[in-house]
Design a protein around this ligand. Structure first.
Ligand code: ADP
Ligand code: MG
Length: 431
């Protein structure tokens, strides 16, 4: 199949490029159900990954081999450890997604602190900050950084056991273990890892027995300086339903927020993701998408994927007209869709705060008033109920939201400045 792939590439890649980059690759025959290509050095590997890998993957995908089973590594030492085949006993990774790497994470003001913290920890697991906790709303790259740190640790420490786990899975495995009377094995399993990556710890809220178990795992790992990295969708001390002792422990290491990306970062992310697919998009196209899709990277990526898929299928070039045609509905929805997230972002920008400030429990006037404004706008511009809005603001009670709405209305009667703010924000959000 690799020979067929080469023959196919000959038709699309200029001969000198083919000879320089593709021909030196060797197929690793010891991995029959994967396509493990070996490059003679880092340079060739990087060039091929950047420019040809996605074509190679296209070919194998058409022949029934999943894209993530096709990869390139240097010489005989595998750089990539695939989750499913990783050895269980000593060393190895569990549950890591190969796509999420530090190298393909795009940096901007909104995420550089989180990135720096994660890469520090990955360089010195157990020694830099422990635990590291990343928090921020959905689709901003928390899970991506979590996996990236895991990959880095595994690559630098071949003997280390690195385990990624969603909190929900922790809970369900624990329940199973209890049911099967195998809780000791469960404990051993989690306490024997060198690095534990736990995603979305807000899921522990209200699950007392899981918290108890997690608390002990957590302590045992910390004591022996095993690295723990956690993520949460809001400031962790403010997740209701998590025991105080666990909450306070989360804060022992370093807690860093990740914010929605600004325009430039959104453009950079689009360009990077397009390049990964061997496409260079015109600025007019990336600007158009980035301008209109503001709140999170996941949606941005979704729009780009659908654009590329359509263009490949129809053979049309991706220009502004085609983008508008293909993404018409998505963009229209986003334009019209005034989400709580967008409101929080707009209000935070307007008052020069961070979204996480709005979600925090801090009560200083300079934060409390903008927060009330954001709640008011959420109530008046979206269909969400009071409890839903309260929940989106760091898990507040619906009466708090009601109070905020009344307060803003009352103040606007007399306070011209605030009335002006409200009008401007409403206009900005509805335009
Ligand atoms: P979260 O866990 O915060 O909800 P994810 O990590 O799942 O978000 O990110 C959603 C998607 O956006 C993923 O596909 C991820 O790779 C991508 N993504 C997020 N931030 C970045 C970034 N800065 N650079 C590149 N891709 C990103
Ligand atoms: Mg996530």
């Amino acid at each position: 199949l690799w020979q067929q792939c080469l023959a196919r590439l000959e038709r699309h890649v200029p001969l000198d490029e083919l000879n320089t980059w593709i021909r030196p690759l060797r197929l690793d025959e010891s991995k029959p159900d994967q396509v493990a290509l070996q490059a003679p050095n880092d340079f060739v590997r990087d060039q091929v990954s950047e420019h040809y890998l996605s074509m190679i993957r296209d070919f194998f995908a058409a022949n029934g081999i999943a894209r993530d089973q096709v990869f390139i590594e240097v010489g005989n030492q595998p750089r990539r450890v695939t989750a499913s085949k990783a050895p269980r006993q000593r060393g190895g990774v569990h549950g890591l997604d190969d796509r999420y790497r530090f190298e393909n994470f795009v940096l901007g003001n909104s995420n550089e602190l989180a990135f720096a913290a994660a890469s520090q920890v990955a360089k010195k697991p157990g020694k830099a900050y422990n635990p590291l906790l990343l928090y921020g709303s959905t689709g901003l790259g928390k899970t991506h950084l979590l996996h990236a740190a895991g990959h880095q640790i595994a690559a630098d420490n071949p003997d280390a056991r690195v385990m990624y786990l969603h909190s929900e899975k922790f809970v369900s495995e624990m329940i199973q273990a209890l049911r099967r009377d195998s809780i000791d094995a469960f404990k051993r399993r989690y306490r024997s890892v060198d690095t534990l990556l736990i995603d979305d710890i807000q899921f522990f809220a209200g699950k007392d027995r899981s918290q108890e178990e997690f608390f002990h795992t957590f302590n045992s790992l910390l004591e022996s300086q095993q690295q723990i990295i956690l993520t949460c969708d809001r400031y962790p001390k403010e997740v209701d339903g998590i025991e105080a002792r666990l909450r306070s422990r989360f804060g022992w290491g370093l807690t860093v927020s990740i914010e929605p990306p600004d325009f430039e970062t959104r453009v950079a992310i689009l360009q990077k993701k397009a390049l990964e697919r061997d496409l260079e998009l015109d600025d007019s196209v990336t600007f158009l998408i980035a301008k209109r899709m503001r709140s999170n990277v996941r949606d941005l990526e979704g729009a780009l994927n659908s654009l590329i898929a359509n263009a490949r299928f129809s053979g049309r070039p991706i220009d502004v007209e085609y983008t508008q045609e293909i993404l018409r509905d998505v963009l229209a929805v986003h334009d019209r869709m005034i989400t709580i997230e967008n409101i929080q972002k707009a209000v935070a920008d307007f008052y020069q705060l961070r979204v996480t400030d709005l979600l925090s429990k801090r009560r200083t006037r300079s934060i409390a008033r903008p927060r009330q404004m954001a709640m008011f706008l959420a109530k008046s511009l979206t269909q969400h109920s009071l409890p839903e809005i309260g929940n989106a603001f760091g898990g507040r009670d619906h009466t708090t939201v009601l109070h905020a709405c009344r307060k803003i209305e009352a103040l606007c009667e007399t306070d011209g400045r605030l009335r002006e703010d409200r009008a401007r924000l409403t206009r900005e959000l509805s335009s």
